[in-house]
Design a protein around this ligand. Structure first.
Ligand SMILES: *[C@@H]1O[C@H](CO)[C@@H](O)[C@H](O)[C@H]1NC(C)=O
Ligand SMILES: *[C@@H]1O[C@H](CO)[C@@H](O)[C@H](O)[C@H]1NC(C)=O
Ligand SMILES: *[C@@H]1O[C@H](CO)[C@@H](O)[C@H](O)[C@H]1NC(C)=O
Length: 306
């Protein structure tokens, strides 16, 4: 890690009612208000998909019901409250959440909080997320960062912009679940096991992606099991809070017609694919201050103190 700038990638896939992935994000000490540049998928999308014709959207109630900054209105975040990236930003002193790149007012001074490029359905591989019709893949997210980079040069001047990025910026990549589903599960589905998948009962975890997911990231799995068994407050890591009726295909997992649990803090999963804010809070703590069992080679606080 050069200077104060830090970067990390944290890729994970997990399964309970279905599956989900988790992230990292970063920040800087001395400036108190760092700029967090967030790349990834629906785990950290803060509203980019509101601006594209995608089937992967969360700008409908009850998503965002616990998001204080919007007064409980949906923002495009695929959870009831803050994402992991939001929480980590707060824990490390970010003054405001990184705004979505595609929001028309993400210009000028707003860029100094960082920018969020994440898009529901996105993956590392370019073809990932095709089933959602549209999404901003990692390729395009990086192109978009280049646009921001130019905007910062215009805003601050070249030398200052460079210093700003070096001292304040942290970059996080939170991606993996869609690549995983598309490129591991999908080929299997089309190879003829579709019936098996369709027969899965509503409260049953899809076995195949489960098995693949647990291999893909044993550590996060461990964490979620621990969430469920050791930490007080959670009642279930298998049932989603919103849309647990079993008829969801994952494209529109939680919406106005979905049922919603009565205690949102008691569910690890908000919808069949995405952790609740309560789970995000616990995971963010592990990422920022956890030991090497959960975050390696070191936790975020340590990384940022280098
Ligand atoms: C941009 O516009 C949205 C929607 O009107 C608003 O919620 C948000 O606070 C604005 N962001 C900034 C940085 O002005
Ligand atoms: C990925 O897709 C975008 C948009 O379709 C395209 O511009 C880009 O060249 C592709 N990248 C690769 C590596 O195929
Ligand atoms: C981003 O900008 C840098 C510097 O201007 C350039 O070298 C790089 O090729 C650009 N990358 C993309 C993906 O456009």
């Amino acid at each position: 890690m050069a200077g104060n700038a830090a970067a990390m990638a944290f890729i994970a896939v997990v399964c309970a009612a279905a599956m989900a992935a988790v992230s990292g994000a970063e920040e800087v000490y001395e400036f108190g208000s760092g700029a967090s540049f967030i790349f990834g998928d629906s785990l950290v999308d803060a509203g980019n998909n509101n601006f594209i014709p995608s089937l992967s959207k969360a700008n409908m109630t009850p998503n965002g019901i616990d998001f204080a900054a919007s007064g409980g209105m949906p923002t495009g975040r695929f959870t009831n409250g803050r994402t992991i990236a939001d929480i980590i930003g707060e824990m490390l002193g970010q003054t405001d959440y990184s705004p979505p790149f595609l929001a028309p007012n993400t210009t000028g001074g707003a860029l100094l909080n960082g920018v969020n490029y994440a898009s529901g359905g996105a993956g590392i591989l370019n073809g990932t997320g095709r089933i959602f019709v549209n999404r901003i893949g990692m390729d395009l997210q990086v192109d978009y960062f280049n646009i921001t980079r130019k905007q910062l040069d215009d805003l601050l001047g070249k030398a200052k912009a460079k210093e700003f990025l070096k001292k304040n910026a942290i970059f996080s990549v939170t991606v993996g679940s869609n690549d995983f589903l598309n490129n591991y599960l999908m080929p299997v589905l089309s190879a003829g096991t579709r019936k098996t998948i369709n027969r899965v009962g509503e409260n049953e975890c899809v076995k195949l992606p489960n098995q693949l997911a647990s291999k893909y990231n044993g550590r996060l799995r461990e964490l979620l099991i621990q969430l469920n068994s050791e930490l007080p407050g959670f009642e279930t890591a298998s049932m989603a809070c919103c849309g647990n009726g079993g008829s969801y295909d994952g494209m529109v997992p939680c919406g106005p017609a979905s049922s919603m649990c009565s205690n949102r803090k008691s569910h690890v999963f908000w919808d069949p694919y995405h952790p609740s804010e309560a789970a995000n809070l616990v995971m963010a703590k592990y990422i920022v201050d956890g030991d090497s069992k959960y975050i390696s080679p070191m936790n975020l606080r340590k990384l940022l103190s280098l």
